[in-house]
Design a protein around this ligand. Sequence first.
Ligand SMILES: [Zn+2]
Length: 427
Amino acid sequence: MQELPLQLVTQMIADRRTIHKRPELGWTEFETTYFIAKRLEKLQIEFQLGGDFLDRASVHGRDEQEVRTAIQRALEHGVPKTFIKKTQGYTGVAGIFDTGRPGPTIAIRADIDAVPVQESQDEAHESVMGGYCSEIPMVMHSCGHDAHTAILLAVAEWIVENQDNLCGKFKFVFQPSEEGVRGGLAVANGGFLDDADVLLCFHIGTKCKLGEVGICEKGFLATSKLNVTFEGVPAHAGSNPEAGKSALLAACNAATLISGIPRHSKGLTRVCVGKLIAGESRNVIPAHAAMEIETRGETGELDQYMVNHVCRIVNSAAEAFDVKARIETVGSAVNLETDHEISVRLQKIAEQVESVERVAYYNDIAASEDCTWLIKRVRDRGGKAGYFLFGCNHHGHHKTDFTIQDEVSLPVGLRMLIQYLAERCSG
Ligand SMILES: [Zn+2]
């Protein structure tokens, strides 16, 4: 097993805490992007910023107003204007390090965004005790992407320090906007990973407790996130109701009908109308309604089956109430499919890590992850991919008291990755 230099681990924990303090939502990660870029620069690793490596036509769910506000906040927090300009308004970093010796191209992906959750101020909460609680109201790294970012930075540093013993090329994807599965497709379609022989993706926590490593080969569902709006005609509800066209009634009917879409016999399917806001006031025929809907399926076809039904119902409800409907896709992911050969390698490595007591396959997660777009892109071009989880004792992702025991948990993720690289790319 590769030794983990103490300095590398110390730096990784400090990085995680620095990032934890300044969490940013998807597509607004300007401070985080700057932090990563500065480090890669220091390590003399070549990199591109979001504006250069993302396919803009595939960007989902990016709000211009939110981006502008975030840029302002980043400027006030010391990110130089020249740097913001270089991003062209798009977050994320893609790094390349070439050892100059023939060998495989290995890519690793970490997501960098946070969640719209207010962090717990409880005295016993890990980050309150450590003095690195989120400084941004209603935003928190409550999914552990701060840990992912810090680990990948540590891997990059390890590669630079050990370059004389390594061969091939390394690619680092610091992906923006994983939450809401909004950023993955833009990274994939940007083509940065098209020459990767292997892509490794990972996540802290989920079903794994501290001391546990999980390998995933399938189980993340394909998903589509849809925003639906209905546009009606307002009218006074007492004096001339016949002149009104109710967007609220169209939306309510769509919501109940959508919940009745027959589930498919070929595999898991899901649908959720998670949000419905409609109406202006008590005595006005409601002219506006907005819904947030998601579908999931065990395969892309099963997800599409659910999406087709949702679209048909939305359009039919609009017609029934004589209002206009608009459907916008604001996020998507395909289902997970990785390569057994990589899984076995990851499993063997995990079994050698001293602090890991249990290694198991988790193929029934039933959540979604948009690194699946990156994995699909690499595999479609003949590359291979692997996905692993490493544990922490959390109280639930996306929760106000999410916690990860970084000093014990993060080294496991780091060790898994550098051991893989040491075995596959020793020069
Ligand atoms: Zn996550």
